[in-house]
Design a protein around this ligand. Sequence first.
Ligand SMILES: NC(=O)c1ccc[n+]([C@@H]2O[C@H](COP(=O)([O-])OP(=O)(O)OC[C@H]3O[C@@H](n4cnc5c(N)ncnc54)[C@H](O)[C@@H]3O)[C@@H](O)[C@H]2O)c1
Length: 269
Amino acid sequence: MIDLHGKHAVVTGGGSGIGKGISEVLARAGASVFVADIEFASAELTIQTLAGDGEFLCDIVDVTETSSVNRMIESAIKAFGKIDILVNNAGIIGTGKWWERETPNDEDWSRVHEVNVRGVVRVSESIVPHMKRCKYGKIVNIASIAARQGSPDLPHYSTTKAAVVSWTQSNALQLAPFNVNVNAICPGLLWTPMWESIARKRARFVGQTLELGSSTGREVFEQTVEQWIPMKREQTPEDIGNLAAFLASDLSRNITGQAINVDGGRFTN
Ligand SMILES: NC(=O)c1ccc[n+]([C@@H]2O[C@H](COP(=O)([O-])OP(=O)(O)OC[C@H]3O[C@@H](n4cnc5c(N)ncnc54)[C@H](O)[C@@H]3O)[C@@H](O)[C@H]2O)c1
């Protein structure tokens, strides 16, 4: 049983999907959780669902804005006294109606990079002076199996996730002397709002039109799970939360600089 009692965590993008699932698992393990999201109302809803012995707070943050990130990290440290765990989960797959474009446009490339890569670096750099002072920290970056193989329809997204894995390796070496572990998780296929927009793109290019939340979107997802995942089942936010909790605990004290797939066997290296 992973025990995070007395630990304090910040989870970015915790208002939805995987970030919400990670927040729930950390809370159940006993951690206090500070949920930060660009959608404040979603972050508020998440903390209302959390159950555990810790304290649960939320804040608004835009990970593309340094001042917003610094303010959020300062308020988390002030509220909890110390932060032991950072989960860099906030991520996007494209910009407005990206699924209607056969190839990503300039805005897709730059905004996705700003959120998925610079956002991760920005939040880590904001919290690292505190972790260095504490001589303790656990940073978990949410990458993707998109980092493991090229993608014809999501090249901008895959590129950013490969960069998150590379950043994780560099940052782990920078922070090893300060007893800060930095690892990445590469989730497989999860039915979240992000995957709904992927389903719409995939369906569009085989001639279907999908409405958000349509059963057809879910069918596209299920077909992809069937084709891609050797274990023939989708991954869940709780699956990702379970690994995040392990990496955030002292059970993983000698694991750093790694990127671990949670993908039902899709990639075996
Ligand atoms: N769903 C999947 O199959 C899958 C697979 C692999 C990796 N991932 C990764 O997991 C992470 C979470 O994805 P998800 O599927 O839960 O997506 P999601 O869209 O459900 O959640 C993303 C969250 O990030 C927040 N966010 C977006 N931009 C932000 C910003 N600038 N600042 C702060 N918060 C911001 C959103 O408001 C949302 O709450 C992402 O990094 C994604 O790339 C998802």
